[in-house]
Design a protein around this ligand. Structure first.
Ligand code: P6P
Length: 346
C-alpha cells in the first residue's frame, strides 16, 4: 500500500482498491457492492441533515390515525421509509446482490435468482434510532454482507447464517459528522464523509477498542426488571473501589456503540420484562456490531455465549446484547456465571 502523508485525500474507494490489491483473488465485486452501500448512505445523510427543512420529520403516514407499522410493531418514520427504499434501490443496481433483507420489511427480497450473479446477501437496519430524529439526536445505518451459496435455493437458508459467517459489516453514524466504520473481520477502519468532495475519507485506521474503561451504557429505567446478575453488576460498577465510573446512554445504538469503539466501556441491553428475549435484533444490529467489536479486540455476548455463534432461526429475532471493551464484558460475565453457580448449588 503506498505510503500516505497526513492531509492526503485517501478515499474509501481508494482504500478498498489498495486492500483488494493485497488479495490477488479479489475480483472487485465486493468493492462494487460496497460502493452501492456508501452511495445510499450519502443520500440518507443528505436527507437526515435537511430533516427540518424538507418534509421528512415525523411518521410516514399522512393520516395520524393510520400510521404504517413495521414488522417490529414500530410506527415507521418518513426517514425510515426513505432510507429503506434508497438502500434497496442502490443495491438492486449493483447486479451482484442476490438477496436483501431489512428491519423495515417483513421478508427478505430476492433480487437475483441463484447463480453467479446474485452471490451476496445484504441485510440492514436502514435508520436505527429514527425515533430520535426529530430531536436531532444521532442515528445510524447498520449493514452486514454474507455470501449466498451458489447451490442454495432456499432464501431462508441463505439469510439465516451465524454472525461468524459475515464477509463484512459496518455502520454509518449520522452525527456531528457522517462517519462510516467498516471491517472485513481483520481490521476496523473509519471514514468521514467530506461534503465538499461527496467522498468518505479515511480518518482512523486499525481501530482497537480500549481493553477497559470505567463507563457503562444502559437504560437505567429498566434496571429493576433486569435479571439479577445484571443488577448486581451495575451496583458493583457504580461503586468499584471508589474509582470514578461514568454512565452514558444516548438511546441510539449506533451512537452508543461508536463512542465505545473509540473510547471503551460497555453497552448493555439485557432481557427486560417488556423484551424478555432482549430488544435488539440479532441479524442486522447485534451481529454486525459484534463482528466489528471482535475485529477491534472487544467482545459481544447475549449473556450466554459469543453472539457471533448464535444459529439464527428467524430474520427478525431479538437478542440481549452486552458489547464493548473485553475486560468490561468479562466482568459482566463473571457476575452471570457466579449467579449460575449459586443457582446450580441450590
Ligand atoms: P430503549 C432505537 O429504537 C433502538 O433500537 C436502539 O437504537 C437503541 O439502542 C434502543 O432501541 C433504545 O431502546 O428501550 O432504551 O428506548
Amino acid at each position: 500500500m503506498p505510503s500516505r502523508k497526513p492531509g492526503d485525500i485517501y478515499t474509501f474507494q481508494q482504500h478498498l482498491l489498495d486492500m483488494q490489491r493485497e488479495h490477488p483473488t479479489a475480483t472487485g465485486e465486493f468493492s462494487w457492492l460496497l460502493s452501492g452501500i456508501t452511495l445510499a448512505t450519502k443520500v440518507i445523510s443528505s436527507y437526515v441533515r435537511r430533516a427540518g427543512l424538507i418534509n421528512v420529520w415525523g411518521e410516514a403516514g399522512e393520516n395520524p390515525d393510520e400510521q404504517p407499522v413495521n414488522i417490529q410493531g414500530e410506527v415507521q418514520q418518513k426517514l425510515d421509509v426513505l432510507a429503506n427504499e434508497t438502500l434497496k434501490r442502490t443495491l438492486g443496481y449493483r447486479g451482484n446482490v442476490g438477496i436483501v433483507a431489512s428491519e423495515e420489511d417483513n421478508d427478505p427480497r430476492v433480487l437475483q435468482e441463484v447463480g453467479r450473479q446474485g452471490k451476496y446477501v445484504v441485510m440492514f437496519d436502514p435508520l436505527d434510532g429514527s425515533s430520535n430524529i426529530d430531536s436531532n439526536v444521532s442515528v445510524g445505518t447498520i449493514f452486514t454482507i454474507l455470501a449466498r451459496p451458489e447451490w442454495e435455493r432456499h432464501t431462508d437458508h441463505s439469510v439465516l447464517q451465524r454472525g461468524l459467517q459475515q464477509l463484512g459489516a459496518g455502520y454509518v453514524v449520522y452525527g456531528s459528522s457522517t462517519v462510516l466504520v467498516y471491517t472485513t473481520g481483520h481490521a476496523v477502519h473509519m471514514y468521514t464523509l467530506d461534503p465538499q468532495y461527496g467522498a468518505y475519507l479515511l480518518t482512523r485506521e486499525n481501530i482497537k477498542i480500549p481493553e477497559y474503561s470505567p463507563q457503562y451504557s444502559v437504560n437505567e429505567a429498566y434496571v429493576e426488571t433486569f435479571p439479577e446478575p445484571y443488577q448486581k453488576y451495575l451496583q458493583w460498577a457504580k461503586n468499584q473501589n471508589g474509582e470514578a465510573c461514568s454512565s452514558r446512554y444516548i438511546g441510539s445504538l449506533v451512537a452508543d456503540f461508536h463512542r465505545i469503539l473509540l473510547k471503551g466501556g460497555i453497552f448493555l441491553y439485557p432481557p427486560t420484562k417488556k423484551n424478555p428475549e432482549g430488544k435488539l435484533r440479532l441479524m442486522y444490529e447485534a451481529n454486525p456490531l459484534a463482528f466489528i467489536a471482535d475485529a477491534a479486540g472487544g467482545k459481544a455476548t447475549d449473556g450466554k455465549g459469543n453472539i457471533l455463534e448464535i444459529q439464527p432461526n428467524n430474520l427478525h429475532q431479538r437478542t440481549p446484547l452486552i458489547i464493548g471493551s473485553k475486560k468490561n464484558v468479562e466482568q459482566v460475565m463473571k457476575f452471570v456465571s457466579e449467579h449460575e453457580t449459586v443457582a446450580v448449588k441450590k
